[in-house]
Design a protein around this ligand. Structure first.
Ligand code: FAD
Ligand code: ZN
Length: 476
């Protein structure tokens, strides 16, 4: 490590190292990096740094460590918990990974790809496709989120049911540690039981333990056949009963199982051009279901039709459509995406990203809706998402005509109602978006003192000066 230097000296050396292309110092240029998509947090920074190699990242971190300069890593800045926004005091540097965007290696025989942290998720999916393989992570922000961000939040998305989340998709990592040393853990091994699995500290670490610069990820055979169905159901209990049956009937061919409430469909139709209700009769709940096979002529469609005919015969499913083309399938998926977009146009929205055991999803949703409606008549709960993983995005849109600021001031109050219920069901208050700033102060209420103590010890062991993404995840 460089001996102690003052902050001014460190910043001068960092600028010289990166050159003009490698940093942003003017307020207008920095602004987009200092705020997240929901605009809940506004930060400040001394500089935005844009290194283009692991060596540059390592040198920056060494200089920051020597001058005790805090660092906030940022990928595509699509995170939803304020984790990539620097503190308001302006004392930190923001380290944007976007220029580390090379595919270092792709091996269709090993079914692996090694990419730098700044690669955009959609580009990694495309690179895999070019060698006839699948990189299965898929989520709404895939056109702008980056692999480093996906790793650091252990991103989930719509295909977790079949392929797992980022933790399951990772074989190895390269990480710049808080003292500037580089840990080369880029192994492509499916099996490696040589002690503690260090990569799992950094996956889901939200940038608090080090900076991920590259990763070796798993690839899969590309699906040859995909079938997509949009189904109407009377009760959320029916949706979950259908899930259990579909899983049993289709084995691991079930790729996605997304719950959509009527109000979500309506919001999508109101605010997203081209979104229409594919069914004629109104229904309180819908499921968007996808099955896929890596074999052609797999008989997938026939099996799906037979399965749905049986479910309809028994009254579990009211009505439904199966997409006849990939355009129709895309139109069905646009409902799912439009529902998220639509909520932004309906006033304030208090969010919960929670999970409970899959067998408890229906009961949880029914009880949570009753609890929030009892607290505020007219509130508009939208319970949706990847319920096949036990993950419920339980968002609360403000009552029509209510004052947005007054409604949002009740964020913590509604959090407690919903999260207390989650805890009673043995669930988690963050299923896939992380903790960041948004849930940091909520965490001690739900995690045991022992778990928090172990987390603090790990943080201290790796980052004793607390310079890596300070004040995120754990309270200062
Ligand atoms: P950022 O927002 O830039 O950063 C997120 C965190 O990672 C921060 O703590 C940051 O400090 C840290 N970080 C970033 N890069 C690095 C690095 N190289 N090294 C160390 N730390 C780093 N998430 C899901 O899980 N599932 C979904 O289905 C989903 N859908 C979404 C849909 C939309 C429309 C949007 C806007 C977001 C969605 N998200 C979802 C949340 C978000 O897209 C994911 O969390 C994503 O993985 C974040 O990636 P990012 O590159 O934008 O990370
Ligand atoms: Zn999600």
């Amino acid at each position: 490590m460089t001996g102690s230097i003052d902050v001014g000296e460190a910043l001068t050396r960092i600028k010289a190292l990166l050159g003009l292309k490698g940093f942003i110092a003017d307020a207008a240029g920095m602004a987009p990096f200092l705020e997240e998509e929901r605009r809940l947090y506004h930060g400040a920074a001394r500089l935005v740094l844009r290194p283009s190699s692991t060596a540059e990242v390592a040198e920056i971190v060494r200089l920051c460590a020597a001058s005790r300069l805090p660092i906030v890593p940022q990928g595509g800045n699509t995170g939803l918990v304020g984790a990539a926004v620097p503190p308001e005091d302006g004392g930190a540097v923001l380290l944007s990974l976007g220029r580390l965007n090379r595919v270092r290696a792709i091996d269709p025989v090993d079914f692996t790809i090694t990419v730098e942290a700044g690669c955009v998720l959609a580009d990694v999916q495309r690179a895999a496709e070019e060698v006839d393989r699948l990189f299965p992570l898929s989520l709404g922000a895939e056109g702008s989120c980056q692999i480093g961000g996906n790793l650091s939040t252990n991103a989930g998305g719509i295909a977790v049911l079949r392929y797992g989340n980022m933790r399951d998709l990772t074989l190895g990592l390269e990480v710049v540690l808080p003292d500037g040393r580089v840990w080369d853990g880029l192994r492509a091994l499916r099996k490696d039981n040589t002690g503690y699995d260090l990569k799992h500290l950094f996956i889901g670490g939200e940038g608090t333990l080090g900076i991920i610069t590259a990763a070796t990820l798993k690839l899969f055979p590309r699906p040859r056949e995909v079938e997509t169905a949009f189904l109407a159901l009377g009760r959320v209990e029916d949706a979950m009963a259908l899930f259990a049956r579909a899983r049993k009937a289709s084995g691991d061919q079930l790729t996605a199982f997304e719950l959509i409430p009527r109000l979500g469909l309506e919001m999508a139709m109101r605010h997203t051009p081209g979104v229409a209700d594919p069914l004629s009769a109104l229904s309180p709940w819908y499921v968007l279901l996808e099955v896929s096979s890596s074999q052609s002529e797999s008989g997938l469609r026939g099996a799906l039709e037979a399965f749905l005919a049986e479910a309809m015969g028994e009254g579990l499913v009211g009505d439904g459509v199966i997409a006849l083309s990939s355009e129709q399938a895309n139109a069905l998926w646009r409902i799912r995406e439009g529902m998220v977009e639509g909520q932004k146009h309906e006033g304030g929205s208090i969010k919960h990203d929670v999970s409970v055991p899959v067998s408890k999803v229906a009961e949880f949703i029914v009880k949570a809706i009753a609890a929030v409606e009892a607290k505020l008549p007219g509130i508009r709960p939208i319970a949706f998402g990847h319920v096949g993983d036990g993950n419920v995005h339980f968002n609360l849109s403000q009552p029509k005509g209510a004052d947005t600021a007054v409604f949002l001031a009740r964020w913590a109050e509604f959090n407690h109602i919903v999260h207390d219920l989650v805890q009673r069901f043995g669930g988690s208050i963050s299923a896939e978006h992380g903790v960041g700033r948004l849930k940091r102060d909520e965490l001690p209420r739900y995690k045991s003192a022992l778990e928090l103590e172990l987390m603090r010890r790990i943080k201290h062991a790796l980052d004793p000066d607390g310079l890596m993404n300070p004040d995120k995840v754990l309270q200062p």
